[in-house]
Design a protein around this ligand. Sequence first.
Ligand SMILES: [Zn+2]
Ligand SMILES: [Zn+2]
Length: 277
Amino acid sequence: MAPNPIDTLAAELKTRIHDTSVVNWNSFIARISSQFAEPAIANEMWFVRQVAKCRLSYLIALDEMRRGAYFDAWCGFERLELDLRDILKNPVYNVEFFAVPQLTRTVERWQSIFPYRLFASPEMVIKAEDCSICSSPVDPWSDCGHEVGKLYEGQVCHRVVREMELLSISIVQDPVQKMAVLDPYSPNYDYLPLDFVLARLPHPFFEWRVDRTTASQPLSSLGLLADDEPCPCGSREVHGACCKGKQMIVLPHLEFWFGDFGDDARRDVEIVRHGDE
Ligand SMILES: [Zn+2]
Ligand SMILES: [Zn+2]
């Protein structure tokens, strides 16, 4: 019996998992899509394609950051987070084997050093929604049996909102939907931590992590601070009502670790101050 085409593709995915070429990933994904997907292997096809798409999206997001398109990269990471969640919920193959948890952690790390803190969060009432698998209406009295996030013959079940009412929009710090950044192109955002990490990665899939610490330094080293500007200590108070008059000021620091965190990992520590703009 000839080997199943999906097993061949999965084996190839494994060998190219650290491929850093966008062109190669695009042609690999095109080859998967061109395969005739029999229902019997639709879930396997979905898995291989989804992992490949996530690797590609990650490379694109890194490229966007390098070009200074930080908000595009942020939105890419948000979609990637959701796609990775779908894979983790549907482990058709061993997710560790295809570095899915590892990529999930890396995406979280990137998101944690973006400067965006305030988001517009819509509060809405969903009045009618359908199941994306069978199109039946979803309501408390009927249940089509399809579970949100679960894979059915190569398709993940989502809710399709047919009718909703927007109640209000509030400003929040920890949104469900991360793309609604307030004023994403403001020149006041500090992207230094992102540039700092990018400059030190020998290749896009290189491992790194970040620790949040604090460090104190003489207040005088920060130059003249106006009473009404946000205090650099990150308290969200104005400086005049916060650290003004102190000898030392405690500033947030990000401490970055680069390296392979295996058994005899060499750890390079670099420190950058995360000035709160
Ligand atoms: Zn359904
Ligand atoms: Zn302060």
